[in-house]
Structures are given as structure tokens and as C-alpha cells.
Design a protein around this ligand. Structure first.
Ligand code: NAD
Length: 358
């Protein structure tokens, strides 16, 4: 098969980690008989420098014409003094909105080889961790009505949390479909003891669960979920939650696994379309030095193969190659301990490509 991928290298270490990821995809294509056509487009600070805006229309058009989008990272100190609405990071919000990316998937996987990086006691994570946080991405308080008004108590500001049944239903379906392919357990996180929007959330998630009798559903209040994630993270399989709760819990869940250089993510639209990117940012402090860890982006590409293209074996091959490189004792600087073989970005790509070749 032939797949069209819009590639947004972006800023800082973005181009470096993307370069290794497209190499890995080419190798997978060679081995399994696919071709991946990459079209490189501008977004972020480099787009501001080149054409004066962080998300040119041409970029959105090419993303729309593609089967999936692969993104490095955007932003950096060069553009930090720009007004909020013009900053490189606005490209991310624009892409999410214009591409209809309503579901954010963040796996929190603890590789056995990196168990030492986990800040929790070993007995809490023995045998590894494998959680996916499914966060609603285009609704809720971040997109609700907001403003500033004068009141009897002085100036006040407000942000409205609002969810429609449709928005909850479609994100719940993503979570249940995912659970069917994994551990068949969904934990829905809300604050239904206080918030009306959470009561609607809980009712609709419960309704959707009726179509998935094989999936166990439980409901946690967000405060309890935050506590349980560090107290007993192995009890979770798929966590589904609103935009703001997901923002916080997905960071918490991913930190449990150690290095930011290892964490992939996916943002999905209706159908198979999605945008895939590492959780980390553009890391300007290490850009251009060939020391960034490309594994988060390479693992994001594995998610792309699995969720947008349905290429399960190929996705497994990438993940197995990453594991092999770790098992063989190679580490980029961010995950290395004393005495381990420290490798650079390009060498890490070489080793993963070689592991795919077998
Ligand atoms: P960051 O994730 O870029 O960096 C945090 C720390 O982690 C830094 O010390 C960095 O060197 C390290 N790090 C990150 N990725 C790494 C990798 N792959 N290998 C090794 N080390 C890695 O976060 P930040 O410093 O808060 O932000 C830097 C810039 O990135 C800012 O402009 C921010 O707005 C932007 N940002 C972009 C995205 C995105 O594009 N999705 C996400 C977060 C931050």
C-alpha cells in the first residue's frame, strides 16, 4: 500500500527527531512492501520566519490531503516575546481545530529496561505498566465561553466547562474501542459529585458502555484518579476524561514512566485520520547537538501505523526494535545511567533501523 504522510518537522530538535523517524518508516516500508510518501510542510516558529504566520493555509491543506500527519515540535526562545495569539504553539491549537482532532491518546508505558527511571516504588510497577489516557481535545473549559466582568466583589473572570452528549459519546467510543484491543477496562474520570457537566459525562459514558458488554467500566472522581495513579497505577487500562482533567492526568501518568524522550502521542479525528507527535517540546537547550532522544517520535510513528493505517505487525516491529536497542544497553543521554553506552540521535536511528532489518 501507499500512504501519504504530511510531515511537520517544526523547531528545535523537531527536525532531528523527525529525520530519524522517516528513516525508520522507510525501512518498515521496505520490509513489509509499503511506500510512505512524505510531504514536508511548515508550522511553528520556522513558518513565522519563512512566511510570517505559524500555520500557513498550505500546511493545513496538505495535512487534509494526507492519510496522517507526523509532527516534531514547535516553539523556542526566539519567538517567546511574540503576542500569545501569534506564537508558534498556536499552530498546534490551529491544527487540532482545523483537522477535527478531538481525541488525544497518550500511552504511558514503562519499558522494563528503563524501570529505574520510574519514580514509584518497584513493587507498584513490577511487570511493567501499560496505560492509555484518552483525553477529549476540542471541547470543555478550554474552548467554552470565557470573559472578564465587573461584579459586587470586584473584577471577576470566568471560563465555562460545557460538554454536549455528542462530544462525550464520540470520545467514549474511542476509549471503549481502544479497550477492546487491550485490557478491556475503561476508567471514566469526572467530578460528578460537584459538576453538572460531569453528571452528563457520566450518564453518556454509561450509556455507551452498554454497547461494549465485554468491557468493564468504572468511574473515578478526578481527585481520586490522581491519587490512584501514583498509589496503584497497574489497576488502569484505558482512562477516558475531559480536556482539562486529561491535560493534568496524562502528564501525571506519563511522568510515572520516567523520561519525556520516550513518550509518544496521537490525536485522532473521526475515521482513521490522525496527527502523531512526541509528548516533548522542541527542547531548544539541546537542539542541533545530535543528542536528542528520537524514540518518542519513532514510537509515535508506530502509533500512526497502528491507528491510522491498521498496520499492526509493522507497528509491533517498530516497538520491538526500540525495545531491542534498549535491551542491548544503548541509551541516549536523557535516559543513560553511569557506565551505559551513550549514543546520539542519528546513531539511535541507525540502531533502530538495523533492528528492524533483523
Ligand atoms: P521540552 O519538552 O522541549 O523540554 C523539557 C526538557 O526535556 C528539556 O531539558 C529538554 O532538553 C528535555 N527533552 C525534551 N525532549 C527531549 C528529547 N527528545 N531527548 C532528550 N531530552 C529531551 O519542554 P520546554 O522546555 O518546556 O519547552 C521548550 C519549547 O517547546 C517551548 O517553546 C514550548 O512552548 C515548546 N513545546 C512544544 C510542544 C509541541 O510542539 N507539542 C510541547 C511542549 C512544549
Amino acid at each position: 500500500m501507499n500512504y501519504k504522510i504530511a510531515v511537520i518537522p517544526g523547531d528545535g530538535i523537531g527536525p532531528e527527531v523527525i529525520a530519524q523517524t522517516t528513516r525508520v518508516l522507510d525501512e518498515v516500508g521496505k520490509k513489509y512492501g509499503h511506500t510512505f510518501d512524505f510531504t514536508e510542510v511548515l508550522a511553528g516558529g520556522c513558518a513565522i520566519d519563512a512566511v510570517g504566520e505559524c500555520l500557513p493555509k498550505e500546511t493545513v491543506d496538505i495535512c487534509r490531503q494526507s492519510d496522517a500527519v507526523l509532527l516534531g515540535a514547535v516553539g523556542g526562545p526566539k519567538w517567546d516575546d511574540m503576542p500569545g495569539k501569534e506564537r508558534p504553539e498556536m499552530a498546534l491549537l490551529g491544527l487540532r481545530g482545523q483537522l477535527g482532532l478531538f481525541a488525544n491518546l497518550r500511552p504511558a508505558m514503562l519499558f522494563e529496561e528503563l524501570a529505574d527511571a520510574c519514580p514509584l516504588k518497584p513493587e507498584l510497577v513490577s511487570g511493567g505498566l501499560d496505560i492509555v489516557v484518552v483525553r477529549e481535545l476540542t471541547g470543555g473549559i478550554y474552548f467554552g465561553e470565557k470573559g472578564i466582568k465587573e461584579t459586587e466583589k470586584g473584577t471577576a473572570a470566568y471560563d465555562v466547562e460545557e460538554y454536549s452528549e455528542m462530544e462525550v459519546r464520540r470520545i467514549a467510543k474511542v476509549a471503549f474501542d481502544m479497550a477492546m484491543k487491550r485490557g478491556r477496562k475503561v476508567t471514566s474520570v469526572d467530578k460528578a459529585n460537584v459538576l453538572e457537566s460531569s453528571r452528563l459525562w457520566r450518564r453518556v459514558v454509561t450509556e455507551v458502555s452498554k454497547d461494549y458488554p465485554e468491557v468493564e467500566l468504572n468511574h473515578f472522581y478526578v481527585d481520586n484518579a490522581a491519587m490512584q495513579l501514583v498509589r496503584g497505577p497497574k489497576q488502569f487500562d484505558v482512562i477516558v476524561t475531559s480536556n482539562i482533567f486529561g491535560d493534568i492526568l496524562s502528564d501525571e501518568a506519563s511522568q510515572v514512566t520516567g523520561s519525556i524522550g520516550m513518550l509518544p502521542s496521537a490525536s485522532l479525528a473521526t475515521g482513521n485520520f490522525g496527527m502523531y507527535e512526541p509528548v516533548h517540546g522542541s527542547a531548544p537547550d539541546i537542539a542541533g547537538q545530535d543528542i536528542a532522544n528520537p524514540m518518542a517520535t519513532i514510537l509515535s510513528a508506530a502509533m500512526m501505523l497502528r491507528y491510522s493505517f491498521g498496520l499492526l505487525e509493522e507497528a509491533d516491529a517498530i516497538e520491538a526494535a526500540v525495545k531491542k536497542v534498549l535491551a542491548d544497553g544503548h541509551r541516549t543521554a536523557d535516559i543513560a545511567k553511569d557506565g551505559e553506552d551513550v549514543i546520539g540521535t542519528a546513531r539511535c536511528g541507525d540502531l533502530i533501523v538495523a533492528a528492524i532489518q533483523g
